[in-house]
Design a binder for this molecule. Sequence first.
Ligand SMILES: Cc1ncc(COP(=O)(O)O)c(C=O)c1O
Length: 374
Amino acid sequence: MTGGDEGKPTWNFSAGPCILPRPVLDCCARDMIDYKGTGQSVMEMSHRKPEYTDILKMTKEEVRRFLEVPDDYTVMLNQGGASNIYTAVVKNLIGLKPARKAMYMTTGLWSGQCIDEARKFIEPANLIEVTNLSRNGFTQLTDPKTWLIDPEASYLHMCGNETVHGFEITEDNFPWDIFPEDMVIVSDMSSNIGTRKINWKRFSCVYAGAQKNMGPAGANVVILKKSLLGKAQRDTPFLCDWTMFEAAPQAQLNTPPCWSIYVMGLNVSYMNQNGGLPTYDAKAEKLSSMIYDVIDQSGGYYVAKVDKKMRSRINIVFRICHSPAFEQRLIVNAQYRKIINIRGHIANPGFRVSIYNAMPEAGVVALCEYLRDF
Ligand SMILES: Cc1ncc(COP(=O)(O)O)c(C=O)c1O
């Protein structure tokens, strides 16, 4: 929610950066000028001084608590968004097995971007694309019997939630058992992190750009099984080397995005105080169902193409059947109800409604009323 005139809130369904809770923004505004009487803004502090290293420690602890991260995993907070992690994954993990192969699932725009980056570093014969859903428009899983699975691969990379295509992989809708039990699984959870429990028995590495659910843009979060540290390639770019980051004083190799990490700490702490992950899991279920119900009960007027069992609870993607002109009108008129940022991504036109954790139920009620009235 963002401030609006005449006391009416603006409902911001942006796909990212996400909205943040008002109490968190109020706290940021206060600390912007003078953090706890230190006479400095968090933005002006040395990242090596206790005032800031305490903030870093607090943020990591809140993230660990929120996502129930086990002790044998490390939480890393650095710069570069999720995109920087694509390279880091290859360089830190490809050497886990002697064959130096990797498996990638292409389930939408973001995992497609990730495999494109991996192609720069991995020999074509060693890069196994398990499946590519582009032929069905990223709307359903292909038949697992057709998938290419190589037990010699060092890791399997997937995107937990495709932000552009509204396609989400969960515990229940994916054939986990067809992969070797000891396969290192890496998931880009940029847009669904903090919205459902993570099965840490399954994932060795989870990463995200911070700006959807965790905090503002500027930082990324990598949660990695500690036993996988120390395997980086010799030519790993300095800012991608997880082992070097972890070995640096306070795990800070270069200047971190101090303000972003601070706001992330406040936001995740706020979510912990408001019931933690179970609250936000239930909220994602409830709010997404409200919107999908409107779509499904519209008699075919609104159409969501993604297979029901793969539907994202965070990025809801739909169209008005056969009518780009009506879609345009719906987007333009939405602003009169103070509903903004519902246009789909250029690669997947129509609507995309993103309901990150800070979205109040009232915002979704307002959206559903508007969709029904239109
Ligand atoms: C699932 C997913 N992965 C990766 C990215 C790229 O993230 P960043 O902009 O933080 O580099 C995004 C951005 O929206 C995303 O949604």
